[in-house]
Design a protein around this ligand. Structure first.
Ligand SMILES: *Cc1c(COP(=O)(O)O)cnc(C)c1O
Length: 391
């Protein structure tokens, strides 16, 4: 048999740790490895598969579109692209009335930063410590943690970082040249830290007073993950730009920026070959329609609350805190999580770390309650009974 792990470990540029699992198939919240063993996928491709693996509606939209038209230059309009743009306008606040389509989260952040500088004619950005915005130079410059940036300097100048959810520190960092404040509504990769409603409302006011753009990176939180279509809806505010990607097209690479008319760009100032291609647009449109029809936001809310209530009742000593909003869950331990994540995998539950001490769960929002119960039991076995964990 071909050793797929060996091929990837030997010939991929070494950017992730050694692979020990070969996934070849998925259906809703279940994935199978090459030996036929099944897993509950709470990793979800880092929060991509909100509508479930091999979602029938998305699959048939892709099939149909692949046979019709896969690519279409941005200088021409396209039926699927225009329907997607209209859908994004429809599901975001009325003040957001322009859409830019791209192919990934980092690209959406990159575009938002360029749009902000160009439209405000100001240069500086303020971001939050513990954030994550992506790996391209602009998005990387907007990311706080030195471990992501070390070895890649010089980065884009003009970025300042302040503690998350701390309004005083943020307002002190503002100057006359601040173009935008860039925040995640929930800091996902940084450890699942949930934004404070009062904080975001004060930030919104500050931005209005000082003529600063508020950019929300909803790449991970967007599209029902937190129990609302977008996480900023929890705060009763409207951002000037939203960055979107991950769950937007059921697994197909896509990204978007939705912006207000404070953004004013000119032809030729930005662009992308693949952005808004009909194939990804058809997948995104089917994904969003599915989310609306199945009321996935409400499902995420109910299932997340169900999980939190049942899991926290287990009283597990090695847990410092459980943070949860919808089906975005962070279990912070008093120790390093890697041994637990490996043991959970052996027991058929895929999870992902957020920093060194947080286990992050981002299952499909369509996961069944039966599977959530299995996840809770397996977590208890591994974390409380410490079965399979050597100290
Ligand atoms: C994943 C992520 C990104 C980067 O997205 P890519 O598609 O990996 O480039 C940016 N911001 C947030 C909040 C993310 O979770």
């Amino acid at each position: 048999m071909i050793d797929y792990n060996q091929i990837e470990n030997e010939y991929s540029v070494h950017l992730s740790n050694q692979h020990h699992l070969v996934l070849i198939r998925g259906e809703n919240a279940t994935v199978w490895d090459v030996e036929g063993k099944e897993y509950i996928d709470c990793n979800g491709g880092h929060g991509v598969v909100s509508v479930g693996h091999a979602n029938k509606r998305v699959v048939s939209a892709i099939r149909e579109q692949a046979a019709r038209l896969m690519t279409c230059a941005a200088s021409y309009s396209n039926d699927k692209r225009s329907m997607l743009i209209q859908k994004l306008i429809e599901i975001t606040p009325d003040t957001l009335n322009q859409v830019f389509l791209c192919n990934s989260g980092a690209e959406s952040v990159e575009a938002a930063l360029k749009f902000a500088r160009y439209s405000t004619r100001k240069k500086n950005f303020i971001g939050a410590m513990r954030n994550f915005h992506g790996r391209t130079f602009g998005a990387l410059s907007a990311t706080y943690h030195p471990s992501y940036k070390k070895g890649f300097e010089p980065l884009v100048p003009g970025f300042k970082f302040v503690p998350y959810n701390n309004f005083e520190k943020l307002s002190e960092a503002v100057d006359d040249n601040t173009a935008a404040i860039l925040l995640e509504a929930v800091q996902g990769t940084g450890g699942v830290y949930i934004g404070d409603k009062k904080y975001f409302q004060r930030v919104r006011n500050l931005c209005d007073q000082k003529n600063i753009l508020l950019i929300l990176d909803e790449v991970q939180t967007g599209f029902c993950r937190t129990g609302k279509m977008f996480a900023f809806e929890h705060f009763d505010i409207e951002p000037d730009m939203i960055c979107l990607a991950k769950a937007m097209a059921g697994g197909v690479p896509v990204g978007a920026v939705v912006c207000s008319d404070k953004i004013s760009m000119k032809p030729g100032k930005h662009g992308t070959t693949f952005g808004g291609n009909p194939l990804a647009s058809a997948a995104a449109l089917a994904t969003i329609e599915f989310m609306q029809e199945k009321n996935l936001a409400e499902q995420a809310m109910e299932k997340g609350n169900y999980f939190f209530k049942r899991f926290t009742a287990r009283q597990i000593d090695c847990i410092r805190e459980v943070r949860q909003i919808g089906l975005m869950i962070g279990i912070e331990l008093k120790e390093r999580v890697q041994p637990y994540i490996s043991e959970l995998q052996k027991r058929g539950v895929l999870t992902l770390p957020a920093g060194s001490t947080v286990i992050r769960l981002m299952p499909p929002l369509t996961i069944s309650y039966d599977q959530l119960d299995i996840v809770i039991d397996t977590l208890t076995t591994v974390l409380k009974d410490r079965t399979g964990i050597s100290v």
